[in-house]
Design a protein around this ligand. Structure first.
Ligand SMILES: NC(=O)c1ccc[n+]([C@@H]2O[C@H](COP(=O)([O-])OP(=O)(O)OC[C@H]3O[C@@H](n4cnc5c(N)ncnc54)[C@H](O)[C@@H]3O)[C@@H](O)[C@H]2O)c1
Length: 434
C-alpha cells in the first residue's frame, strides 16, 4: 500500500514509521521545514524510545521518506492519514479543527485517483463528515472515502502500543474503504490483534469515551488518595486491593499530582463541550476536569506545608517536569501549574529532567536548570519528585540528603517509602495518599 501521512508529530511520525515497518510505502508530510530537514537528516525531532532506530531501518529500506510537499505525497496514495494537532480552541474548550480542515482541503486538491482519507487525529463526533465535505469542495471530481481511525498510543511506549495494540478502531462506510484499511492493518490482523470496524460517529466517540474514562479513573484514585491522607489509609494498599478486582483492573490507579499531557486535558474539555452542544451535559467529565485542577493545587499546598507553611525564600528542587517519563512532551504537564505557583510564592526553584529542558525552558521562566537530581538538590530545602523517570527511582538518598540545606521530600509519585527516606537522613517526607 502507498500511504501519505500528514503531520509528523508524536502520532504521525510514529504511525508513519510503523506503517513503513509493516512493509507499506510511506511518505510523511509536515508544514514545518525545520522538522522535515531534521527527519531527512535522520534525526527524530521528538524523544520517543526506539523511534530513531526503526525510522533509520525503514528509510534505509526505501519505504519511508519525508517531504514538505503534500501534493507529491498524496498523488497516487491508497490512503492519506490526517495526523495533525487538534489542540483546545482558545477561549471555549472546543477542539480546534483548523489544522484538520486545512489539511482536508489540501488533500482534496491533491487527490489524483481513489484514496481513503483517514482521520487519525482526535476529532469531535461529526468531523469525518466535515472532512468529506471539505475534500469534495476542494475537488468535486475526486473519488474517495473517509475513514475514522483514532489512535490510542501512549507517548513513551508508542511503538509497542502501535505494533501490539489492545485494539484498532476503524470507522468506515464503504466496503472499498474497509478493504483498504484491512490491507493496511493486515500485519496486526494476522497476529490476531482485535480490529473493531464501526461507523464514523462511533469511532469518533470511542476515542473521547476512552480518554475520558481513563482521566476519570486517575482522578477517582487521586480523590480517594486525598481521603486516605485524612483517615490514615495508604493509597498504595487501597489501589492494590481494588485493582485486583478484575472488573476494576490495576492500571491507572496510581495516585499522583493530577493527569496532564497532550490528550487527557484537551480531550476531556472537548467532550464536555460536545455534551453541552448536544444538551447532554457530560457531568462526570466536567467534574473530573475540575477535580484534577484541585489535585494540582493540593500538591502545591503539600509542598508548602512540608516547608513549614511557606516556600518564600526557600530553595525547591524539582525532579521531572514532563507530564510522564520517557517523553519530552510538556503539554499540560502538572509541572506547568505547580512550578509557577512555587515561583510565585517566592521559592527559588531548581529543576532537572532527563528530556524536558528543551521544551521546558520557555514554559518555566525563573527556574534554574540542573544536570541531575544531586545538582538540583544542592542547598535545597525540599526535593519534589514530580515525574517518575527511572533515574529518580533509585536515587542514593543519603547522598541526596547530604547535599540539601534541609532534607525534606515531597514524593508526588509514591516512589519511596517513609522509613527508607528517614533512614537516609530526611527529616520530613510526604507521599500522595499515605
Ligand atoms: N500525542 C499523543 O500521545 C496522542 C495519542 C493519541 C492521539 N493523539 C491525537 O493525534 C493528533 C496529533 O497529535 P500529536 O501529539 O502528534 O500532535 P503534534 O502537535 O505533535 O503534531 C502535529 C504535526 O502536524 C503538523 N501539521 C499541522 N498542519 C499540517 C498540514 N496542513 N500539513 C502538514 N503538516 C501539518 C504540525 O507541523 C505538527 O508537526 C491530535 O489530534 C491528538 O489528539 C495524540
Amino acid at each position: 500500500m502507498k500511504i501519505a501521512m500528514i503531520g509528523t508529530g508524536y502520532v504521525g511520525l510514529v504511525s508513519g514509521v510503523c506503517f513503513s515497518d509493516f512493509g507499506h510505502d510511506v511518505i510523511c508530510v509536515d508544514k514545518d521545514p525545520g522538522k522535515i530537514d531534521r527527519l531527512r537528516a535522520g534525526e527524530v525531532p521528538i524523544f520517543e524510545p526506539g523511534l530513531q532506530d526503526l525510522m533509520a531501518k525503514n528509510v534505509a529500506a526505501g519505504r519511508l521518506s519525508f517531504t514538505l510537499d503534500l501534493a507529491e505525497a498524496v498523488a497516487g496514495a491508497d490512503a492519506v492519514f490526517i495526523a495533525v494537532g487538534t489542540p483546545t480552541r482558545r477561549g471555549d474548550g472546543h477542539a480546534d479543527l483548523t489544522y484538520v480542515m486545512a489539511a482536508a482541503a489540501e488533500i482534496g486538491a491533491a487527490l489524483t485517483g481513489y484514496a481513503v482519507v483517514v482521520t487519525k487525529s482526535t476529532v469531535p463526533v461529526g468531523t469525518n463528515r466535515k472532512v468529506a465535505e471539505a475534500v469534495a469542495a476542494a475537488n468535486p471530481a475526486a473519488t474517495f472515502d473517509v475513514a475514522s481511525n483514532p489512535e490510542f498510543l501512549r507517548e513513551g511506549a508508542a511503538i509497542d502500543d502501535f505494533m501490539r495494540p489492545d485494539r484498532v478502531v476503524v470507522g468506515v462506510e464503504s466496503d472499498r474503504a474497509k478493504k483498504v484499511m484491512s490491507d493496511i492493518y493486515r500485519p496486526l490482523f494476522l497476529r490476531e490483534f482485535p480490529i473493531v470496524f464501526t461507523g464514523l460517529e462511533s469511532a469518533e466517540m470511542i476515542k473521547y469515551a476512552a480518554n475520558a474514562f481513563l482521566a476519570t479513573k486517575i482522578t477517582f484514585i487521586n480523590e480517594i488518595a486525598a481521603l486516605c491522607e485524612r483517615v490514615g489509609a495508604d493509597i498504595k494498599a487501597v489501589s492494590k486491593g481494588i485493582g485486583l478486582d478484575g472488573r476494576i483492573g490495576n492500571k491507572f490507579l496510581h495516585a499522583g499530582p493530577g493527569y496532564g499531557g497532550s490528550c487527557f486535558p484537551k480531550d476531556t474539555k472537548a467532550l464536555a463541550r460536545i455534551g453541552q452542544d448536544h444538551a447532554v451535559p457530560m457531568q462526570i467529565t466536567e467534574t473530573v476536569i475540575r477535580v484534577n485542577e484541585e489535585v494540582k493545587a493540593r500538591m502545591v499546598e503539600k509542598i508548602v506545608d512540608l516547608c513549614g507553611g511557606t516556600v518564600n525564600g526557600k530553595t525547591v528542587a524539582i525532579l521531572g517536569v514532563t507530564f510522564k517519563p520517557n517523553t519530552d512532551d510538556m503539554r499540560d504537564a502538572p509541572s506547568l501549574t505547580i512550578v509557577p505557583a512555587l515561583v510565585g510564592n517566592g521559592a527559588r526553584v531548581r529543576v532537572t529532567d532527563p528530556e524536558g529542558q528543551r521544551e521546558g525552558e520557555a514554559l518555566l521562566p525563573g527556574v534554574t536548570w540542573c544536570e541531575n537530581a544531586y545538582q538540583a538538590s544542592q542547598g535545597a530545602d525540599i526535593v519534589v519528585i514530580l515525574t517518575e523517570w527511572n533515574e529518580f527511582r533509585a536515587l542514593d538518598l543519603a547522598k541526596l540528603a547530604g547535599k540539601m540545606a534541609t532534607p525534606r521530600m515531597a514524593d508526588l509519585r509514591n516512589i519511596y517509602n517513609r522509613d527508607d527516606v528517614a533512614a537516609a537522613g530526611f527529616t520530613a517526607y510526604a507521599g500522595v495518599g499515605r
